[in-house]
Design a binder for this molecule. Sequence first.
Ligand code: ATP
Length: 293
Amino acid sequence: MLEAINLTRHFGSRTVLEDVSFSVPANGMTGFVGANGAGKTTTMRIIMGVLKSHSGSVSFNDTAITAAHRARFGYMPEERGLYPKQQVLDQLNYLGQLHGMSRTDARTEAIGLLDRFGIADRAKDKLESLSLGNQQRVQVAASLMHHPVALILDEPFSGLDPLAVDSMSSLLAERAATGVPILFSSHQLDLIDQLCDNLVVLSEGRIVAAGSAEELRARAHSRHVVVTPPDAGWLREQPGVSVLDVAGPKALVEFADDATGQRVLRAAIDRGAVTEFAPLRPSLAEIYREVIR
Ligand SMILES: Nc1ncnc2c1ncn2[C@@H]1O[C@H](COP(=O)(O)OP(=O)(O)OP(=O)(O)O)[C@@H](O)[C@H]1O
């Protein structure tokens, strides 16, 4: 597990991170979301030691993080970082060898990753001759070359077509399943919803929500769809019930607590037929919108 503990960072007189704490558990993907300028890249840079925090710390598997840990991490920085004029395969080979892989292992791994991303035929081309989306695939491949023990990826999915998103997400899910903590930032809430086991939401340098998707869903608003023919308007009169929408027999409601939900269900049965009484699982995207409001 990777942990950020009370990180604070200023730029001049501006505080861009304030007491930021969250964990990135092994066995799962953690989505890092927040508006432009919220502080995601700054946090990732601090985790990777590219930037120092003014207070707070980072730990990996319950010990203070060291350069040796970080050398075994995979990092895809916001500014990317491969050489545009160098051949794709050469760069991946070189990076693998920098991480201690033999020339043969590095080459095998590089070809395997390029193949996985459907761009093995571009191995001998200069990076700059690839489309932006394909360059992005190479950048992600670079971060995966040495079988990292943790992955920190700054917007790895931006600019990818749907097939590339699929191949990248299945590869990352495989790595996560082997116990590699993965933190990735994204503005694509639908993807976050699809991929993440954990979510960290940053707003103006502060954590506004963090935890497992299940915990966050359980903590979120308790919305229900209630269908009581012929007309669900009576729900408006019920204490502890906020009616968000009503159309004939169907209402979308929020209960103040579970007991209110049970009381309303009994009242609905007393009135006649109840054809639907169903909790709505909020998506992570909805949770994000709610906490960021
Ligand atoms: N080197 C720097 N000098 C001064 N201010 C900086 C520096 N780096 C980042 N900032 C400021 O810190 C704040 C957080 O920026 P950061 O890049 O971490 O946000 P972000 O959440 O990654 O945003 P985005 O989603 O747009 O990538 C911003 O206001 C940014 O202008």
